[in-house]
Design a protein. Structure first.
Length: 154
């Protein structure tokens, strides 16, 4: 698996030579795939099914996290655009959601939705539509009360 690594809060000069050395030990208990799925499941269950997580980036800062991009999707066009990011701690699996993140992502998705073409349902050819008559429901063979009373008799 190939992943990008971002060093968070790194001070760099505007120009000139840069030497970066760091020694950081951490354990990845949550894979990038699990982090993406965790974010996507939370979005679908608690926010909206039109948002989903994409492939995360490993971010090394005060905490080591998977940064999962969140995208807005539409059934008739696919991925429309990115609306935010959610971090998942690589050791504990905790989702780090800043206050107001859901509202901000939904507002960004609404803005992106304004530029979408209107949804056009597909036309189903008449030859694929059912043309016959549906059978009537099967009548009850036995009265439920009669079945219960028969079962109670010795």
């Amino acid at each position: 698996m190939t992943t990008s690594i971002v060093l968070d809060e790194l001070s760099l000069p505007e120009t000139g030579p840069v030497k970066v050395r760091f020694d950081r030990t951490f354990t990845i208990n949550i894979s990038a795939t699990k982090a993406r799925r965790k974010v996507s499941n939370w979005l679908a269950q608690d926010v909206t099914m039109t948002l989903m997580g994409q492939e995360p980036t490993l971010v090394i800062g005060k905490r080591v996290v998977w940064r999962v991009p969140v995208v807005f999707t539409a059934t008739h066009v696919g991925v429309v655009g990115q609306v935010g990011e959610i971090d998942v701690d690589v050791e504990s699996g905790e989702m780090i959601r800043p206050a107001g993140a859901e509202e901000a992502m939904l507002c960004k998705a609404k803005e992106l939705a304004k530029g979408l073409p209107p949804y056009q349902p597909r036309k189903i050819p008449d030859e694929l539509l059912f043309q016959g008559e549906l059978p009537s429901p099967t009548p009850r063979r036995r009265d439920p009360e009669a079945v219960i009373s028969a079962a109670r008799q010795p």
